[in-house]
Design a protein around this ligand. Structure first.
Ligand code: UDP
Length: 479
């Protein structure tokens, strides 16, 4: 009989989307599969492969990293010129790089075969790569889709599309709509749903249809966090949904590793600075791998953090000098009270440091989950994509966060929205760090959920068992 970690006959082909927020969890999934004894081929861009190799290659001989020849990418992992919606000449340009991977992949797969690798027994592909359907068909392998979102957000989109609600979205961007078919009322504006509703084009439709036709869905979350939504989604999707997360926590139970494999600021410098701060005294501020605030908003946040009188560590992306950061922050990024990190920060390690008491986040799903795993209450400051839905999950459902009340998506580069004022930001910071009785309850809930997350990834926990089931499904699959 086969042991639980004896799956050398299985070969998973993993196709992550190239942006960090998609690629990092997929590389964690690769590690989880390799730990069960399966071999894994992870296909990504040269930049991502260079970043992942030091963390994956020496420790996981069952994982092969394959780099596609790909246009030069920026820090976020996206091709040069795609970081700002303004910089995108048209939606066609964006599609072009997604499509390019399709033509690049055929020779790569031939090359892999020539090197004698077994054909994949399963393809796990990001929802942004609908062409993965053909690859899976070619190999007669099951295809699982990875959305990179919470079950909550995936269900919202599923229901909006299935009920035709997105197709009806028009130009009344402030119009509020209720997401149909949810266990609780979820209200959102048309505009918050998508950065640009006019981008609901053929590609989005194809993505949706191909996702719907997948054999199963892999979710980086855990059942105890989103059970209600999981039950409804499973029923609605009519297929297996495996919640196997938080994948960063499974691979790193002590939560002390830098997952980016590329710390432009020395990890130790951040942790040393935190070591010298009082427990729970630091506000950690980060808007993810691509999110940026507009210069006036950056200036306002800087003023708020200064006037809060609290310690803070702030990660800032983008290299321009006119990003609104006050001169003294640039000249003296590290003081008693502040540390400004320009570049890539070891976020998982920072969040789990005992000195961090609050997390100002753009509500990217990975960051949100990392905040949950660390048991740190959050200030929800969504910028784009499904982050407005994650805000609702954090603030209204899980009740481990407060909102600053952003109304409109800003796009990756933070253009085109009003500035959240200093009073609002200060109030949110005060609420998350103190917040009276409700603040105490928020912190208690955050700690309880952290414990649930830890249990979920332990041997016998829900996510551990779901991974076993996923592997069994693939072992027994017959085309
Ligand atoms: N991240 C990091 N250091 C940084 C910026 C981001 O480690 O300086 C990691 C973060 O921990 C998370 C991922 O990058 O795992 C970002 O994903 P998320 O879904 O939160 O946001 P996105 O970048 O996709 O908007």
């Amino acid at each position: 009989m086969k042991g639980p970690n004896n799956h050398e006959d299985l070969h998973f082909l993993l196709l992550p989307f190239m942006a960090s927020g998609h690629m990092l969890p997929m590389s964690d999934i690769a590690v989880l599969l390799a730990r069960r004894g399966a071999s894994v081929t992870l296909i990504t861009t040269p930049l991502n492969a260079t970043r992942l190799r030091p963390t994956l290659a020496p420790h996981h001989p069952l994982i092969s990293l394959v780099a596609l020849p790909f246009p030069p990418a920026t820090d976020s992992g996206l091709p040069d010129g795609c970081e700002s919606f303004d910089a995108l000449p048209s939606r066609d340009h964006e599609l072009a790089f997604l499509r390019a991977t399709e033509s690049l992949l055929a020779p790569t797969l031939r090359h892999l075969r020539a090197r004698g690798r077994a054909p994949p027994s399963c393809v796990i592909a990001d929802a942004f790569l609908p062409w993965a359907r053909e690859i899976a068909r070619e190999f007669c392998a099951p295809r699982l889709v990875f959305h990179g979102c919470a079950c909550f957000a995936t269900l919202c989109f599923h229901n909006l599309i299935a009920h035709g609600a997105l197709a009806r979205v028009g130009h009344e961007r402030e119009r509020r709509i209720f997401v149909p078919g949810m266990p609780h009322e979820v209200e959102i504006t048309e505009e918050q749903l998508l950065v640009d509703v006019t981008r609901l084009d053929d590609f989005s439709v194809e993505m949706w249809e191909v996702g719907e036709a997948a054999d199963g869905v892999v979710v980086n979350s855990f059942e105890e966090l989103e059970r209600e939504y999981l039950d409804v989604y499973r029923e609605a999707a009519g297929k297996d949904v495996w919640m196997i997360g938080p994948v960063s926590l499974s691979n790193n139970p002590s939560n002390t590793m830098d997952r980016g494999g590329k710390a432009s600021t020395d990890e130790l410098r951040c942790l040393d600075w935190l070591d010298q701060r009082e427990p729970k005294s630091v506000i950690y501020v980060s808007f993810g791998s691509i999110g940026r605030l507009s210069p006036p908003q950056t200036a306002e946040l800087a003023r708020s953090l200064e006037s809060s009188g609290r310690n803070f560590m702030w990660v800032i992306k983008g290299n321009t000098n006119d990003n609104g950061l006050p001169e003294e922050f640039k000249e003296e990024p590290i003081t008693e009270r502040r540390m400004v990190v320009r570049g890539w920060a070891p976020q998982v390690a920072i969040l789990s440091h005992g000195a961090v008491g609050g997390f100002v986040t753009h509500c990217g799903w990975n960051s949100t989950l990392e905040g949950v795993c660390a048991g740190v209450p959050m200030v929800a400051w969504p910028l784009f994509a499904e982050q407005f839905l994650n805000e609702k999950l954090v603030v209204d459902v899980l009740r481990v966060g407060v909102r600053v009340g952003v109304e409109r998506p800003s796009g990756w580069a933070g253009e085109g929205v009003g500035v959240v004022g200093i009073e609002t930001i200060e109030r949110a910071l005060e609420d998350v760090m103190e917040g009276g009785e409700e603040g105490v309850l928020r912190r208690v809930r955050a700690r309880e959920i952290r414990e649930m997350a830890r249990k979920a990834v332990e041997i016998g926990g829900s996510s551990f068992v779901n991974m076993t089931r996923l592997i069994e499904y693939v072992s027994e699959y017959r085309y």
